[in-house]
Every structure is written in structure tokens, then in C-alpha cells.
Ligand binder design. Sequence first.
Ligand SMILES: [Zn+2]
Length: 180
Amino acid sequence: MRCPYCQHTDSRVLESRSTESGQSVRRRRECLRCKHRFTTYERIEFVPLTVVKRDGRRESFDRSKLLRGIVRACEKTGIPQRRLEVLVEEIEAELQHRFGREVNSNQVGELVLRYLRGESEVAYVRFASVYRQFQGIRDFVETLDHLQSDAELIETTQASPTAVSEAEQQEAPESVMTPS
Ligand SMILES: [Zn+2]
């Protein structure tokens, strides 16, 4: 099992458990060289995943097609190819875990967006523009607005505990008395 960060082949398993469906084993590993941690999904047997398209047509899940779409969205974002391959593996495993043998293309797209969001905002918007079939600039602006308001929400949530602890520190007599 190659480390996705440094390509080293030896890793130790930190945690191992089979998914609910019992079709694959999820392993949390740590690279013995660079100490990065990563997750692998090892398939016990091949269970084909079928994607139901918007027009009702069915096709088998095509991992390389999904990877191509993600690579395109991530162009010039500096995310290594290997990382994108890991993303695709994780997306496929999560789809199988959550939906079993059949998913619709909408569920695939939304899950991809969720994963890309954690990687790059640029990639997220690019993928959304293709997948959600943006018609014009307004769709981009709306998506960016959503990203922006979510980011502000996170900032606000993170800011409150800090503000409280700063206030507490100021009230503490020790900090007032300590010469700086
Ligand atoms: Zn490594």
C-alpha cells in the first residue's frame, strides 16, 4: 500500500473495520516514513455500482470517468494526482456504503462536491459549474455567496469561545499583576 504523500510502501495499520455492508474494509494507516495518516478501503469482493442518470438511463459506475472530471476541476490547484485518486476511491466506497448497489447521478455529484469542498474552493466551483449545469454568471455568484456565508458562519462559531477566554484572562488578577 503506497503512501499517497511520499509513495513509500510501508505503513502501519492504526485502525481496521469493515463497512456496514461488509463489502470492504476501511483501514486507517500511518506511513512509516513521513508519518502522514491516510485511509484505505480494501474490497473484499467486487460489487458493481450502478448509476441512474437524470434521464433514467443506467450505467455502471466508471471510476476513471469520475477521476477525469475531478482532475479537470482541480487543474492548477496544486492538489497531487495521487490525492485525487484517493478521493475517487473514498467517494466510491462511501457511495457503496450509503446507497448499496444503485445510486443516482445527483447523489454522486453532491458527494463529489462535499469532498472537493475540503480540498479547494476553486475546484468546488468548477465542478459545480459543470455538474449543476450553470447557465450564466448568476449561478456562479449564487454558489460563491453560499460558500462565503458558510465560511462566515464557521468563523463566527470559532470566534466566540476565543472571545470568552480572552475576557476571562483579563479578569484574572494574576495576569494584571504579572509584569510584562
Ligand atoms: Zn509517506
